[in-house]
Design a protein around this ligand. Structure first.
Ligand code: ATP
Ligand code: LTN
Length: 345
């Protein structure tokens, strides 16, 4: 049985897979700069598969109606950000049952201690306490590994916080291949340094995060643009007055410079020269303007997709069909290698 390398080779582009959780009503600027922006760019150079990972979202408690709504809003934002269903495959994880099926296999080749060392699990479970932590949260990384390996992905664009999970996907791909014969491509993480970790505007020592940031520290893409502009203007900096990049000494200013650089396309050095002799207010105001200029059309496009749920559902149904055409043969190969009796019906 052949896996899907043939079709990836046929269009001669490296394969990309990535996912995002529908755990909130809006993505934040960290999600966009750390991940989604790369997803958009890679459509031109890679064979791309992008997934709204609703099964990961239920590893913590979710309200059913809210989850359904957030799944649609997530897909609409991805389209609003520039994903083009003609050039990528966009789908919802639970629409492709192969993910849960391969995840079981991954659970069975992962050591208990290995899973227990995942830092995101340790952090989240420590916060919630054992009685409120699901087994699903513990095996979350194995579902993520299954997502990636099903598509024989070469590259996985994510933020810095996902590096350890990516390492696990490499380890498990190699382990499976070694035990049962060559089946999976060993993926690499694609983590552009400059935007790998966008920090909270009020607490520039920690990442901007849906679950942990205070409302003033997080820039939500679907919030009223004026509200977000105000957040940039009240971002925490330091008591100096020089606009200079220094991650250790000036984390707040450095975060703002990195965001500006990512959105304007100017290098940090160019920005330091541009802001020479100016006060922090100038950087904040310019950044707020840049953001509003970008976010306004983003919100318009996202709302267009939200206003037509039937069209959105159709995009997702077609995406699932394309995804399953790749995931199905990979799962079948893995099942055969591991020794499952073929089902003939
Ligand atoms: P939570 O804050 O609850 O951990 P999240 O905001 O990290 O959630 P995810 O759906 O887990 O959201 O992440 C989606 C993508 O965004 C991932 O690739 C992740 O690495 C990236 N990402 C999240 N936060 C940041 C950040 N502050 N800077 C850069 N990338 C980020
Ligand atoms: N755990 C990831 C979301 C995710 C993902 C994936 C990312 C689930 N499956 C596969 C890349 C590839 C997160 O961002 N928190």
């Amino acid at each position: 049985m052949t896996t899907d390398r043939a079709s990836a080779a046929a269009n001669d582009r490296p394969r990309v897979f990535s996912g995002i959780q529908p755990t909130s009503g809006s993505f934040h600027l960290g999600n966009y700069l750390g991940a989604v922006r790369q997803w958009v760019d890679m459509q031109d150079t890679h064979d791309t598969f992008y997934c709204v990972v609703d099964q990961h979202a239920i590893t913590v408690e979710q309200d059913p109606a809210q989850l359904r709504e957030n799944t649609r809003v997530s897909a609409a934002q991805l389209l609003g950000a520039g994903l083009d269903p003609e050039r990528c495959t966009l789908f919802v994880q639970s629409h492709a049952p192969e993910h849960a099926q391969l995840a079981w296999v991954m659970n069975c080749i992962t050591g208990f201690g290995e899973a227990a060392r995942m830092t995101q699990f340790k952090d989240k479970s420590a916060k919630q306490g054992n009685d409120h932590t699901s087994v699903g949260l513990f095996t979350y990384p194995d579902l993520m590994v299954a997502d990636i390996l099903l598509y024989q992905a070469d590259e996985v664009p994510v933020g810095e916080d996902q590096r350890q999970h990516l390492e696990l996907s490499r380890t498990l791909a190699e382990r499976f291949n070694h035990r049962y014969g060559q089946t999976f491509t060993v993926p690499t993480a694609f983590i552009p340094k400059a935007t790998a970790k966008i920090y909270d505007l009020q607490d520039p020592g920690v990442k901007m995060s849906k679950s942990a940031s205070s409302p003033k520290g997080i820039v939500n893409l679907l919030d009223d643009a004026k509200t977000s502009a105000k957040k940039f203007k009240s971002a925490v900096t330091d008591t100096e007055t020089v606009i200079r990049y220094d991650e250790e000494g000036k984390p707040g200013v450095s975060n703002l410079l990195r965001i500006h650089s990512a959105m304007s396309g100017q290098t940090v050095e160019q920005l330091e020269a541009h802001f020479e002799g100016k006060m922090y207010g100038a950087l904040k105001t310019e950044l707020a303007e840049l953001f509003v200029e970008w976010v306004t059309p983003f919100q318009r496009r996202t709302n267009e997709f939200l206003d037509d749920p039937a069209a959105l559902d159709k995009v997702l149904a077609q995406g699932a069909e394309k995804a399953r055409a790749v995931a199905g043969p990979t799962l079948a190969a893995a099942y055969e290698r591991i020794g499952f009796l073929a089902s003939r019906h």
